[in-house]
Design a binder for this molecule. Sequence first.
Ligand code: AMP
Length: 185
Amino acid sequence: MKQKMILLMGGQGVGKGTHARALVERDGYGYIETGAILRALPAESKLAKIIARGELVPDADLFDVIADAISKTSGDIIVDGFPRTIGQAQWIVKNYADKFDIRVIYLNVPQDIMLARIQKRIREGGGRADDADDAIVRRRLDNFFKTTMPAIEWLRTADGVRFSDVDVCDEDFNVNFMRVSNAIA
Ligand code: AMP
């Protein structure tokens, strides 16, 4: 049987990281958190500057990083924060669909709830540097609708991919987590 590769997709503040960590803890998946890998780069690097501006890192700079992270895992994996462009979506399907059973879990939340959740994250502190500035947060949200949404739509019907659209708008995380768990089962 193929290994499972779960691609957790969704906009800012929808709970990709929280869901991923809960699944990793419960089921022991390998975990690839793209944003955390990228944010760990030295502050003076070209990519760190792009991230600080709230822009997406170019696809070509990312493929080696993701391929390397995947090669270091074994068993079923969760990928959080990748793909975010059509090019990335096509790359992952082209290169990994033969080895992995690719499952996309799209955490679906309307824009107003996304904004409210990010603002709460900022108010409660512990927010990230790229969450601190309203204009940057909006740019990341814009990226999601302009660039990542088309990738989600492409994956919805792509060969070799099982796609689930999961409503995670409930106030109660456990309700949302149950829906995500059911989609993966
Ligand atoms: P995240 O923690 O997932 O919100 O990612 C933080 C930042 O890392 C994003 O705002 C982008 O600048 C960059 N990043 C993360 N994942 C990707 C990706 N798949 N493609 C391009 N840039 C990314």
